[in-house]
Design a protein. Structure first.
Length: 115
């Protein structure tokens, strides 16, 4: 069973940057999609960005031009580079791995952006 562990969250000032990582404990093979979601206090979890096993990406409108999702398949690791952070980016960030008929979530990492 693959497990996901996020890291890289923390406190940052508005306008700053953070890089989140999500390490998979096992090997990921075949067609799959890895994603970053976030959940702010009192709000529903929302998709931030996703990347397929072939490298196609998509982003939420709110983060386009500021966040970049990437993956290192050799290291089984997903990344989220977050630049020009805003207070509204404050949330717990989760990574997710999805393959046909199966998905796994990480435990989340907290990002707090102070204004």
């Amino acid at each position: 069973q693959v497990q996901l562990v996020e890291s890289g969250g923390g406190l940052v000032q508005a306008g700053g940057s953070l890089r989140l990582s999500c390490a998979a404990s096992g090997s990921i093979s075949g067609i799959n999609v890895m994603s970053w979601y976030r959940q702010a206090p009192g709000k529903q979890r929302e998709l931030v960005a996703a990347i397929t096993s072939s490298g196609s990406t998509n982003y939420a409108d709110s983060v386009k031009g500021r966040f970049t999702i990437s993956r290192d398949n050799a290291k089984n690791t997903l990344y989220l580079q977050m630049n020009s952070l805003k207070s509204e980016d404050t949330a717990v960030y989760y990574c997710k791995l999805a393959v046909v008929g199966f998905e796994v979530w990480g435990q989340g990492t907290l990002v707090t952006v102070s204004s």
